[in-house]
Ligand binder design. Structure first.
Ligand code: PMP
Length: 433
């Protein structure tokens, strides 16, 4: 067990000894984190850090309402969802009420990977097809099917070449540095539609098209306007289903919208949710139409031992209550807008900033060595994150090139703390890292 006198480095060595090398940790010399409060973390030496990183902890750390609700429910009852109790029904009803009409049937699981895996299995069962179209530069999870459709090369340089034969990809709709930039990014939609048309012509029409409706892994950027409208239409015309992976971008983080797909003005057939849904407690869900859900019968029963347990359901309900009562989506919108404006001002001053992506409290600052070639400033980004840690701010890189700051703090972030972050970044960019 941890004792206050044990040096951090000894604990780190023990971690390295008992973990596989693929299980990385943040930072070269990571602070040993002991507690959290709202959008702050505190290490064993009592040093506080501004947490600009924890996108799962939407309500903030140590939320008393959540802690009390969980404590109470653990004392009262925890069992599996084949028993009949109120909270699992209430959570399912609350989730479907947040979604468009028709998305009325809910499966409760324990993680984003499970939710994406289940979404794919539902599409396979409902269509009787196997092929799936996914977007390049995406991450969808570590389970078999979630990993199969993950094409991000950040962790696996061979990701694209090693996908199973049922996975087909469309070009990365990255409007900053993909094949088409800025105003030309409207060309991504027709390109994706052409991939689907080719599959239909070759006798392999897709079971599903799956993507994050706001492009998280690429650095928190919006898909090109009209992109999902075109691709969803082509998918449906071919008899396939549209899956929205809302694991990262859903649940109010975008500020302007509760769900990422709303930003594109479309309605998916299957929605995968997790992360924010449990504020860090293992909780995920798939919400779909009844006829799609019923098709799962061809695969057997569905059962998850801890999915939708009384404790998990109470967590899910309390997260939704707190999001509503504390106006956190609204806070993401207003504080996010302030933060975005300040970051854009910083971009005028520091040429290393190539672009500021995102919406609400889902922002990305992309660092480039050259504004024309957009050569990624990967090493600089890693060094800046280390420097920010020294300055008391927790931040990490994202995207396939690891040159984008992934700004995804708890949604309770204050304007003052947003300013602390921008000032620290300004300091690092001005005085070196
Ligand atoms: N989909 C997306 C878009 C994600 O960002 C993640 C997690 N990074 C997952 C799925 C997998 O979720 P989990 O880690 O809860 O399994």
């Amino acid at each position: 067990a941890d004792t206050p006198t044990e040096p951090e480095s000894v604990l780190l060595e023990r971690r390295v000894m008992s973990f596989a090398t693929v299980q990385e940790h943040y930072f070269q010399t990571p602070p040993q984190i002991e507690r959290g409060w709202q959008h702050h973390l505190v290490d064993t030496r009592g040093r506080g850090y501004l947490d600009m990183l924890n996108n799962v902890t939407v309500l903030g750390h140590g939320h008393p309402r959540l802690a009390e609700a969980v404590h109470r429910q653990w004392q009262r009852l925890n069992t599996n969802s084949r028993f009949h109790y109120a909270s699992v029904v209430e959570l399912s009803e609350r989730l479907s009420a947040l979604l468009p009409d028709g998305l009325d049937t809910v499966f409760l699981v324990n993680s984003g990977s499970e939710a994406v895996d289940l979404a794919l299995r539902l599409a396979w069962a409902a269509t009787g097809r196997r092929d799936v179209v996914a977007v390049e530069e995406a991450y969808h999870g570590w389970t078999y099917a979630g990993d199969a459709i993950s094409t991000s090369t950040a962790d696996n340089p061979n990701a694209l070449a090693t996908r199973p034969a049922w996975v087909h990809t469309v070009p990365t709709p990255n409007s900053y540095r993909g094949r088409h930039r800025g105003p030309d990014s409207h060309l991504y939609g027709p390109e994706a539609v052409a991939v689907i048309a080719d599959l239909v012509r070759s006798g392999r029409p897709p079971a599903a098209f799956v993507c994050e409706p706001y492009y998280g892994n690429a650095g928190g950027m919006a898909l090109p306007d009209g992109y999902l409208e075109q691709v969803y239409a082509a998918t449906r015309e071919s008899g396939g289903l549209c899956i929205a992976d809302e694991v990262q971008v859903g649940y109010g983080r975008l500020g302007s919208h509760f769900w990422g797909f709303e930003q594109q003005g479309v309605e998916p057939d299957i929605v995968a949710v997790a992360k924010a849904m449990g504020n860090g407690h293992p909780l995920g869900a798939v919400i779909t139409r009844r006829e799609i859900a019923d098709a799962y019968r061809s695969q057997g029963y569905f059962f998850s031992s801890a999915g939708g347990s009384p404790v998990s359901s109470v967590v899910g309900l309390t997260v939704l209550d707190v999001l509503r009562d504390e106006g956190l989506q609204d806070n993401a919108r207003t504080v996010g807008a302030h933060l975005r404006t300040r970051l854009l001002r910083l971009a005028d001053k520091h040429p290393l900033i190539g672009a500021v992506h995102g919406s609400g409290l889902y922002l990305g600052v992309e660092f480039v060595r050259d504004h024309e070639t957009r050569e990624p400033a990967t090493e600089e980004t890693a060094a800046i994150c280390e420097r920010l840690r020294e300055l008391g701010v927790l931040m990490q890189p994202t995207s396939d090139r690891m040159c984008v700051l992934k700004i995804k703090p708890p949604l309770c972030l204050t304007t003052t703390s947003a300013d602390v972050f921008v000032d620290a970044l300004d300091d690092a960019l001005t005085h070196g890292w």
